[in-house]
Write a protein that binds this ligand. Structure first.
Ligand code: BGC
Length: 769
């Protein structure tokens, strides 16, 4: 260690005199040369100059190391010594620091490593899953989650997070729908920007900030059949108007890294896609950060057969072999390769053969170095071990309080017949159901460093507020992965139903916790049914038969088909996977401390066969009419509607939205229209309403969606209180993107709808001229 310190001092001395980098890349021959090598111009000079100076000194081998991103399981001291660019999933602060010391003090140029992690909805303080946070219709929820997640991540030495995940999706079978903001581009965009700002602040070099990586670029949310990683075939119009806007919003908010996706888009894999990576992201949008591949995604572009045993993942078949995969990925715009090592291993040969250009390799390295400089890594590479080892740096009381509030704000009241809820906490409460004592699934499928033992179960949260609460599991959902656990194992037996029924009979009210395990959601967790797994519906029927009032509390990560459950249940609360404060937040809502105000960010179908079903669909020449034959309907379903539409959610109070006014009837193409409404709390409790504004362009050169969300505001009102809510619309709101990404604003009528869900019926219109 002593020698390392000497090296650092020498490097610093060289820095101080502002040594000029030599232009020819040199290879070190002795440790003296290592010690004397300047690592770039003095701190304080601008980033681009520092990048250029460093780049000039790099050998090809060093550049190829810099574009390599290794996992915690892969990386060795030797990789750090050679100058590996990034490491992910390593969270031990001592090991992070150790590798960083090697990189900074023993690698020839002392370039620090960028350490990254999947802090998706929390690092140690686990917030609601992103689909839940989206239900809050409150960017502050997303921002707070990212702020705390960034601070906790940075404390252990991480400087990049693989978040926000902004994959819009119309595909509830896809397990990863849980990680994004649902089916709407505008809501996704607002939340993406909030997450980026929360994690990065104004300057992600700050010690409690990290650079965000927005993912998965792009259109990963629409895999055919809902199977993860599967093909996406997508029109340019869809890509431009639905799938790209959340990415653009994240980039505009400052996201400086992007992860390209596993899927192919119209036949071209996301990490070898020159059109999306270079033409759109880098050229059209001017993105100057770097793109890392998803896990082995570069390797997966290779054709599989004939396969050598050690060759690793393959499949897409747009490259014959590793070298070709490397060349395609790099030349398409991928700057950093995660896990597989084709660019690093074949880069020198590819350069010699002219299959990759030096300019492009330099560009990739420049982008990576730029972000490292912006992140302040060259100035503060090391981890404060005392702080990182101090338990009180994580999951503080304030963090827990924020997670509890976020979870409460994320819950959606789907049904509340005869004001079943809120329950009276002084009455006898039974918690029933397979997830009632769960401290595992409530953390969701990206639990970071969250610990099951930190999580408050629904039973514990309910007991805290309704002392003496009882519990019966009813049946078991097993928290494990296939193939050790198959769907047939889930809540398969009714052996525990009698005990559950007895508990319900002995209680005044029942909190019935059903749903999915966290293993049923997230990556590689697609399902062919959206029903509650196993015999959970039968359990609900058994509880119903007791006559004891009950609420079904749903803990899950995707839209479910809840028609029968809704038929059986007086009250239903969609709690998603609420995070570390799950039980407290559920109890807050169930007992009325918190009045639910969340809204669905995604449509809940009546039946799986309606999928894809989303509110912002285009019109057809034969709109659904179940009383007629030749139109766009199902012959075996009496409506084309979802069970619960986008934007839907109830409250313990009621609201009235009225008085829609527009400040003008015509808008010039560069002008603005201000839309206002009055919202009134017409009930007897304080509560939240999300006022939602939708637009429709009824006549356009490309058919426009029947509605598009273009504004929302969550307001809190006391009983009888009114508030005026205003939205300002401009060209971005009334226009659409053409196939080259240009905003098209066509003259004509724009219809306005304002209300409390996508069914909003307060309407007016104006003209664009
Ligand atoms: C996922 C990414 C994640 C990466 C690194 C991949 O399998 O698709 O979302 O960031 O792993 O953990």
């Amino acid at each position: 260690m002593k020698r390392h310190a000497t090296v650092a001092l020498l490097a610093a001395a060289t820095l101080a005199v502002g040594a000029v980098a030599s232009s020819a890349p040199s290879t070190p021959t002795s440790s003296d040369e290592v010690a004397l090598a300047p690592v770039g111009p003095a701190p304080g000079s601008n980033v681009e100059k520092r990048v250029d100076a460093l780049l000039e000194r790099m050998t090809t081998e060093e550049k190829l190391q810099q574009v390599q991103l290794l996992s915690d399981g892969q990386v060795t001291d030797e990789d750090a010594r050679k100058g590996v660019g990034g490491v992910f999933s390593l969270v031990d602060p001592a090991r992070i620091d150790e590798l960083q010391h090697i990189a900074v003090e023993e690698s020839r140029l002392g370039i620090p490593i960028l350490f990254a992690y999947d802090t998706i909805h929390g690092y140690r303080t686990i917030f609601p899953v992103p689909l839940g946070a989206a239900s809050s219709f409150d960017p502050e929820v997303a921002r707070t989650d990212a702020t705390i997640g960034a601070r906790e991540s940075a404390t252990v030495g991480l400087k990049q997070i693989y978040s926000p995940m902004v994959d819009l999706s119309h595909e509830p079978r896809w397990g990863r729908i849980v990680e994004g903001g649902g089916e709407d581009p505008y809501l996704n965009a607002v939340l993406a920007a909030a997450r980026v700002k929360g994690a990065q602040g104004d300057d992600y070099a700050a010690r409690d900030k990290v650079v965000t990586s927005v993912k998965h670029f792009v259109a990963y949310g629409q895999p055919e059949g809902g199977r993860d990683y599967n093909t996406t075939d997508m029109s340019e119009s869809r890509l431009r108007n639905y799938y790209l806007p959340p990415f653009k919003a994240a980039i505009d908010a400052g996201a400086d890294t992007v992860m390209c996706s596993f899927n192919s888009i119209n036949g071209v894999p996301g990490c070898a896609n020159r059109y999306t990576e270079t033409d759109i992201l880098k050229k059209e949008w001017g993105f100057d950060g770097f793109i890392e591949s998803d896990y082995t995604a570069v390797s997966e572009t290779r054709a599989c057969p004939p396969r050598k045993p050690d060759e690793g993942p393959c499949g897409h078949g747009t490259a014959a072999d590793g070298p070709e995969a490397a060349a395609n990925a790099l030349m398409a715009g991928t700057d950093s390769e995660m896990v597989s090592t084709h660019i690093r291993d074949n880069g020198a040969q590819l350069l010699r053969e002219g299959r990759i250009s030096r300019a492009r390799l330099d560009d990739a390295v420049r982008r990576i170095l730029r972000i490292k400089f912006r992140a302040g890594l060259f100035d503060h590479p090391y981890v404060d071990q005392a702080e990182a080892a101090d338990e009180s740096s994580f999951l503080t009381d304030d963090d827990r309080a924020a997670a509890r509030e976020a979870a409460g704000r994320s819950m959606v009241l789907l049904k509340n017949h005869d004001a079943t809820l809120p329950f009276d906490a002084s009455k006898k409460t039974a918690v029933i159901g397979p997830l009632g004592k769960d401290q595992h699934s409530v953390l969701g499928p990206w639990w970071g460093r969250g610990r099951d033992e930190d999580a408050v179960s629904v039973f514990d949260g309910v007991s805290e507020q309704s002392p003496g609460a009882t519990y019966a599991e009813g049946c078991t959902l097993t928290p494990s992965e296939p193939p050790s656990n198959t769907p047939e194992d889930e809540c398969a037996s009714d052996a525990g139903f009698a005990e559950a029924v007895a508990a319900a009979e002995a209680a005044d009210q029942v909190v019935l916790t059903v749903g999915e395990t966290r293993e049923m959601s997230g990556e590689a967790a697609s399902r062919t049914t959206l029903d509650l797994p196993g015999r959970q519906e039968e359990l609900i029927e058994a509880i119903k038969a007791t006559g004891t009032p009950f609420v079904v509390v749903l803990l899950n990560g995707r839209p479910l088909t809840l028609g029968d459950v809704a038929g059986d249940s007086p009250a239903m609360l969609e709690a998603w996977f609420p995070g570390v404060e799950a039980g407290n937040a559920v109890a807050d809502v169930v007992f009325g401390k918190v009045n639910p105000g969340g809204k669905l960010p995604v449509s809940f179908p009546q039946r799986l066969g309606q999928v894809p079903i989303y509110y912002n669909h285009e019109p057809t020449g034969r709109p659904c009419d179940v009383t007629q034959k030749y139109n766009s309907r199902y012959r075996d379903l009496r409506s084309c509607d979802p069970l619960y539409e986008f934007g839907f959610g109830l409250s313990y109070t009621s609201f009235d939205i009225s008085g829609l006014t527009l400040d003008r009837r015509t808008m010039s193409r560069n002008g603005r229209v201000k839309v206002s409404v009055t919202v009134k709390n017409t009930g007897e409790r304080k509560g939240d309403e999300v006022v939602q504004l939708y637009l429709r362009d009824p006549v356009a050169s490309i058919a426009q969606p029947v509605r598009r969300l273009r504004g929302f505001e969550r307001v809190t009102l006391a009983p009888g209180q009114t508030q005026r809510v205003g939205f300002t619309l401009d060209r971005d709101d009334v226009g659409f993107r053409d196939n080259r990404g240009k905003l098209v604003v066509e003259p004509g009528e724009i219809q306005v709808y304002v209300g409390s869900s996508a069914r909003a019926d307060l309407t007016d219109s104006f003209r664009v001229r």
